[in-house]
Design a protein around this ligand. Sequence first.
Ligand code: CA
Length: 618
Amino acid sequence: MAGLKSFLFLVLFVSSSLLRAGGINVSRVDPPFWWTGMKNHHLQLMVHGNRISETVPAIHYPGITLESTVHVQSPNYLFLNLVIDETAQPGTVAIHFMKGKKQAVSMAYQLKQRDRSLGSHGGFDASDVIYLLMPDRFANGDTTNDNVKGMLEKADRTNPNGRHGGDIKGIENHLDYIKNLGATAVWINPLLENNLPVYSYHGYAMTDFYKVDPRFGSNNDYINLVQEAHGKGLKVIQDMVFNHCGTNYFWKDDLPTEDWYNQWPEFTRSNYRGGVVTDPHASKSDYKKMVAGWFDTSMADLNQDNALVANYLIQNSIWWIENTGLDGIRQDTYPYPYKDFMAKWMQRLLQEYPDFNVVGEAWLSYPVSVAYWMENDRNFDGYHSHLTNVFDFPLMYAISKAFNEQEGWSTGTAELYEVISQDFVYSHPENLVLFADNHDGDRLFSKLGKDLNKFKLSMAFLMTTRGIPQIYYGTEILMTGLEHNGHGDIRKDFPGGWPGDAKNAFTGKGLTKQQNQAFGFLKTLMNWRKTKKVIHTGKLTHYIPQDGVYVYFRYNDNESVMVLLNNTNTAKTVDCNRFAENLKGYSTGLSVLDNTKIENLNTITVPAKSPLIIELKK
Ligand code: CA
């Protein structure tokens, strides 16, 4: 309510001042509010309003100093650099915009008390399994917000590329489903406003970095969702985009500065070649196109070399963390913004929240390219990203191939072995986020030729090798889709998410036997993983795939888990002598997936095209 009161106060103040001062006004301030007691005492306000730059701002509030004011090309902006020292108390700060001796306009700015009850900002790690969902396509918990006045695109469930009506309420209704499956964190594709006439459902063309799209709910609904999730022991990871914003952002016809966006004489698309950024042989023109080209016609390329843009983005991310108690961020298109800015952002985040995590989408095919982006002290150019986590794209490609191929010197599970064996390029391979599919590519079950055995092999591997597994909504019930059929095909509605759906995956109603098997398999595996510290933090030793079976161990001083992946179409009896260094001290085992005892560890039989996960016993 305090927020509403100060908003009304602001509206009244502004509108009455508008009449007095011949059109000078304040129409927007970003960030909309801030907090006392932050580690970093600086705050830069972007004040937007008609001819506001003609005024001189003044603030009289104990503990707050207006250090400087920045004028830009557009007369309709002022940037106020504030210092909020330790003595500043929460409250409403009056900012007076003076013209000569007269006040042209005034506004109330709210400084809040930090709310420690929101969460620990403790981040995520390899003890987690992340469930990725696309809010428009997961569940429609509130049909009254499917169409909202003022929002350009209306719901149309018959259009694969249109909005289908999913929302925050839908996610909230099904947190228990996600929890029961065994996930411990939810990564939600962008929830912020995307007010564009078409393709607004995916959320990556944000038109307001400070506002949840009303078709998903309100900012308060989002805060409540994070609270509810925390109450159930689920972490929340927010999807952020610093590379671009939607072309309908409020500043679109009145950019603060000409270089707010990277400008080109005519529309110029990025070449999407992320590797150019680290390529010692890259041409300047390729590099420029990569980082300054636009991602799409509806996605304006933000220029983070402009210090005001940089500050705007950095403060925005802190605002969401502080406002909601988020546990992590997934940052889109990591190599596309200027990398020095990204490093500066990470430093600032970690200064404020030392245990926080950000996973970067560096969509690159080789471990050496991906490793550059995760903090390490061995980059060829001395670059420190300070980024805590990256997605393991090379391993995703390997999983997509391994179980479809015949075993060979470099095919089949050798694909997995080869990628894992390159972990020396990473400072912390356990911080890689692992996945077999996501919202941008072919769905796993389609990649695997709709073969349940291959699915089980993929998931067994994903859940037991090093790193932080992430699964994509619907993978657990074998949803299919191919990217070349359009993104709508890989982002179909989750069955049961809409009133009247014939199938309901939340209850199991109408699922096929195979879907139930897949769900049961993954649920067993994920809930087992949840309690297994040895999988979270144990060492990994793997053996060269032999006779079609890939064997590895996860172990610490107290326990050991043996994983055998048989990638052939016949049962294999494996002579375990080769694994003596890992079997020392163990004599029997428990097969995790079917809860049966393994009586001896001399030879182990693995059924055709199947995984075997064994907790070793002394
Ligand atoms: Ca809805």
